[in-house]
Design a protein around this ligand. Sequence first.
Ligand SMILES: Nc1ncnc2c1ncn2[C@@H]1O[C@H](COP(=O)(O)OP(=O)(O)O)[C@@H](O)[C@H]1O
Ligand SMILES: N[C@@H](CCC(=O)OP(=O)(O)O)C(=O)O
Length: 365
Amino acid sequence: MNCFSWQRAVIKVGSALIAPEGDQCSGRYLLELARFITASRLAGKEVILVSSGSVAAGRSKVTVHHPASIAEKQAMAAIGQMKMMANWQRFFDFPCAQILLTADDLRDRTRYVNIKNTLREILKHHALPIVNENDTVAVNELKVGDNDNLAAYTALVAQADTLIICSDIDGLFTADPRKNSDAKLIPKVEHIDDSIYALAGGAGTSVGTGGMRTKIQAAQKSTQSGIQTLIVNGKKGQTFDALLRGEVPGTLFTANGSPKKARRLWLSHTLTTCGVIHIDEGAKHALTHKGASLLPSGIKQIKGEFNQGDAVEICCNNQVVAKGLSLYNSRDLLQIKGKKSADIAAVLGYESTRVAVHRDDLVLI
Ligand SMILES: Nc1ncnc2c1ncn2[C@@H]1O[C@H](COP(=O)(O)OP(=O)(O)O)[C@@H](O)[C@H]1O
Ligand SMILES: N[C@@H](CCC(=O)OP(=O)(O)O)C(=O)O
C-alpha cells in the first residue's frame, strides 16, 4: 500500500455517501469519516470539507415535474443544504462553517482573495469549513458543475497539500467495476494523460455527478499544482483507519513538484482568458528564460477584445507559452504593439506603464 503524509487536506464527500438512498441525508457513512476528521485535527492537521448532497437531501421535499426544472432543482438545493449542514454538525463539538461558491467567485481576483482570507480565519478559529457549490444561484454558465473539480479549486485556494476524494468505490480501476468484473484497482498514478481518462466511466448512482472523469480532472488540476490527490472508498470504515496510519487504501495521484504561489495557481487554473497576445521569439525567451515581464515591443498581434486586468493567453508561433493579466485593454495594445517603451506615451496620448503583462501576473504554461 502507498504511504502519504499531509498537513492541510481538502476532503471531498460525494452524494453517494451523504444520501445513499438517493434522497434525504444519512449519517450511515459519515461517522467514521467524522472520527477521522476529529482525530486528524487533534493531531494538529487542518481539514476543509467539500460536501455534496444538498440536491439529494432536498429531493423528497420538492414536488418535481420530470425532468425537474432549474428552479425546482435550486429549491431542492436550498432546502437540502440546511439538512446537509445539520447532518455534519451533529458529529462535531466544534463549529461548522458554511461556504457556498460559484465558478465566478473563483475567477474574480477580489472574491478569490476574500475566500482565501475567510478560509484562513475559519481555520484559525478551529471551525470546520464546509464548502459546496452555490446551487441556488448558479445557472449552468456560472457553475463549476461538479464537486470534484470544486474540491480541486478549493484545495488550490486553501493552499492545501492534499486532496482526498471520498466516493463509493475503492479508487480508480482499469474500467468501471460496476460494468466490468475484471477491473483492477490502480494504486498509484504518477502521470495523468489520455490513457488515464480513457479508463473513466460516468457516475455510479443517480445522485452522483461526473463519475470518475471529474475525479481525474480534479486530480490533474491538483497534482499539477503540487497537491497529492487520493481517491478512497468512504463507505468502508477501514479506509479511515488506514488513512490515520498514513496509508493510501485506494488510488494515490502523486503531486508534481511543490505547490505554486496562490496567485499563480489562480492564474493557471481558474481564470477564463478573454483574448490572445501573440509574441515574438525574443519576448518568449525573456519570459521563459529570464522570468521577465512582457513588454509591448515583443508583441506581434492581438486577438479578441479585452479590458485592462483581463486574463489573456500569450502565444508564440501559435503555441500557448503563458497566461497573464493584461495591463492594457486590447484597443490600446493594438496601437502600441511592437513599439519601444519610450514611444508608448506619444502613441497613446497618455503616460502609462511600460509593461503589457507584469511577471507577477504571469504564469508559464
Ligand atoms: N474506472 C473507474 N474506476 C472506478 N469507478 C468508476 C470508473 N469509471 C466509472 N466509475 C464510477 O464512478 C462512480 C463514482 O462517481 P460518482 O457516482 O460521481 O460518485 P460521487 O458521488 O462520489 O462523486 C463509481 O461508483 C463507479 O461506478
Ligand atoms: N452541489 C451538488 C453536488 C454536485 C456533485 O458533484 O455531486 P457528487 O458527484 O455526488 O459529488 C449538491 O450539493 O447536491
